[in-house]
Design a binder for this molecule. Structure first.
Ligand code: FES
Ligand code: MG
Length: 574
């Protein structure tokens, strides 16, 4: 079968299935099976075959509208002369799936990789939404390396409660405090709950889902302006249809994902995540994606490239507004335009233009939502990477979400061996803790939990909250929700479950945090540390079989991106 749809005169990948050289039985079987049961005309088999990798699932509330949105993508693919094939993959509903969605990010990425790589697809559209669905699908696509475009599902409409904007996640943390201090009754909580989810879509704050959508756009994997369009806005459908048209063009010009995901693109994403006040989870996801495409990126890069970047976007949790206002203000193109002095503007994006070309005429419509770099919301907003004897391979903190006066702090450790220990002790009136203490939580790292849950922003003890104190230094090997805030040190590596020094901290140890100098240490002699190490017994594995067991045995530490070690890299066999 001839292939006259490809401007590059390169045989379409799908032709390996439908027209193996010399014809023969292989092509006959694949074509016949399709033609017979789908009623497709013969010329279908020369068109670019475009997969629509759909993370729609009723188990994933943030992604429920993607089933309908796929129709817009299909329309665009057909208009451009392609042949669309939609397929489902595993989807993780952040707030539903247990023990934590992060346990399944890598499994989802395997599903995406194998579904894309093992089928006759020339290009793929990734329909994503909730936190892990974006990085997981990009990781899978990167390992296959065919033309790829991301259609971000978009956030819900703003939550409104008693005249106030309520942001998903961010408000929940505040609610918990209000309940503990008696400011809110259970009825208040129920009323707030229904107001916080007004439409389909993902979390409305600059949490992980929104950060991932912005990451995809900053990397060049979406059409310009795609990240901030609300899920139920009619312009979301337009963007989906145009993305469908564009992926066919990408196949024709052989614009593979590896041509877009260059080191420069990753550097741009780091700068942008800082400027938008994005999630700390971004670090782990971006590193995992870089690992799949073979770009060298390490934890220190996030501090070197991001920590001095001004915060421009006034969205919760670092600021005041929500995604709907961000879109009204002009969305990510405004940030990309404002930040052009900090960015590589010559990176290629899915539409074949450079990032600079796409965004240099973006106009801001609301100065209170998107600030200018010359007069930012905050001067230095990115992620700080800490090192010291508590985190020899690094730990991270998001200073823009922390209390400035706590960024240099010395205090006595109050240790919680795991989440159960924490829950049992935290509101015990006899717990020896005050606002100067440093809360230390162990056993919530990638191996220890397993899956590294978002529990690092530990609730403060009731007796301290009642004094009106809202923040304390907290340290763990876990993550925190992108919607959360506080002086919270996360991703301590090596984690406690594999014998990192975090495992050896005891109640009363002096912990010294110095964010400006990027250090996190406990005051302890080498002899005492060794003594404790000699006595330390590794915790029993949390899973004996199945995927969690595979995860525990192969997951990399947080400072490397927590991918499974055997998934790093790609097949690139197409
Ligand atoms: Fe899905 Fe927040 S729960 S994005
Ligand atoms: Mg989240």
């Amino acid at each position: 079968m001839s292939n006259n749809n490809n401007n590059n005169n390169k045989e379409l990948r799908s032709q390996k299935w439908f027209a193996p050289s010399g014809g023969g039985k292989g092509g006959f079987v694949h074509r016949k099976a399709w033609r017979k049961n789908q009623g497709l005309p013969a010329d279908t088999y020369g068109k670019p075959v475009i997969g629509i990798c759909n993370t729609w699932s009723e188990l994933s509330p943030c992604n429920t509208h993607l089933r309908g949105l796929a129709e817009s993508v299909k329309r665009g693919i057909i208009e451009a002369g392609g042949y669309p094939l939609e397929f489902p993959i595993m989807s993780t509903g952040e707030t539903i799936i247990k023990p934590t969605a992060m346990l399944f990010r890598n499994l989802m990425s395997m599903d995406a990789e194998e579904s894309i790589g093992s089928n006759p697809l020339d290009g793929v559209v990734l329909l994503t939404g909730c936190d892990k669905t974006t990085p997981a699908t990009i990781m899978g696509a990167a390992s296959v390396d065919i033309p790829t475009i991301v259609v971000p599902g978009g956030a819900m409409l703003n939550g409104r409660f008693r005249g106030e904007n309520i942001g998903n996640g961010t408000y929940v943390w505040k609610l918990k405090e209000k309940i503990k201090t008696g400011e809110f009754t259970q009825k208040d909580v129920k009323d707030a709950e229904v107001c916080s989810a007004r439409s389909e879509g993902h979390c409305t704050t600059m949490g992980t889902a929104s950060s991932m959508a912005c990451m995809a756009e900053a990397l060049g994997l979406t059409l310009p302006g795609a990240a901030a369009i609300p899920a139920v806005d009619s312009r979301k459908k337009t963007m989906a249809q145009l993305s469908g048209r564009q992926i066919v063009e990408m196949v024709k010009s052989d614009l593979k994902i590896s041509k877009i995901l260059t080191r420069k693109a990753f550097e741009n994403a780091i700068v942008v995540n800082a400027a938008i006040g994005g999630s700390t989870n971004f670090i782990i996801h971006l590193q995992a994606i870089a690992g799949r495409i073979g770009v060298a990126l390490n934890l220190q890069d996030f501090d070197d490239l991001g920590s001095k970047i001004p915060l421009l976007v006034n969205l919760m949790p670092s600021g005041k507004y929500l995604m709907e206002e961000f879109y009204d203000a002009g969305g990510l193109p405004v940030v990309l335009n404002y930040m052009k002095d900090y960015l590589h503007n010559d990176t290629i994006t899915v539409n074949g233009n450079t990032l600079g070309e796409n965004n240099d005429d973006a106009i801001c419509f609301r100065d209170d939502v998107i600030y200018k770099p010359s007069d930012p919301l905050q001067k230095e907003a990115g992620i700080a990477v800490l090192r010291g004897n508590l985190c020899e391979n690094g730990a991270v903190i998001k200073p823009s979400a922390a209390t400035e006066s706590l960024l240099v702090h010395t205090g006595k450790a109050v240790v919680f061996e795991n989440m159960t220990d924490f829950r049992n002790k935290i509101d015990d009136p006899n717990l020896d803790i005050d606002e100067t203490s440093v809360m230390v939580l162990k056993s919530v790292g990638p191996v220890g939990f397993p899956g590294m849950p978002e529990v690092g922003n530990l609730d403060l003890p009731e007796k301290i909250l009642k004094k009106g104190i809202k923040d304390m230094v907290r340290i763990s090997d876990g993550r925190m929700s992108g919607t959360a805030f506080g002086t919270v040190i996360l991703h301590v590596s090596p984690e406690s479950a594999v014998g990192g020094n975090l495992a050896l901290v005891e109640n009363g140890d002096t912990i010294i945090l110095d964010v400006p100098n990027r250090t996190l240490n406990m005051e302890i002699s080498d002899e005492e540390l060794q003594k404790r190490r000699d006595k330390w017994i590794a915790p029993e594995s949390k899973a004996k079989r199945g995927y969690p067991n595979l995860f525990i045995n192969t997951v990399q530490q947080a400072h490397l991106g927590a991918d499974l070690d055997f998934l790093v890299g790609g097949s690139k066999d197409n």
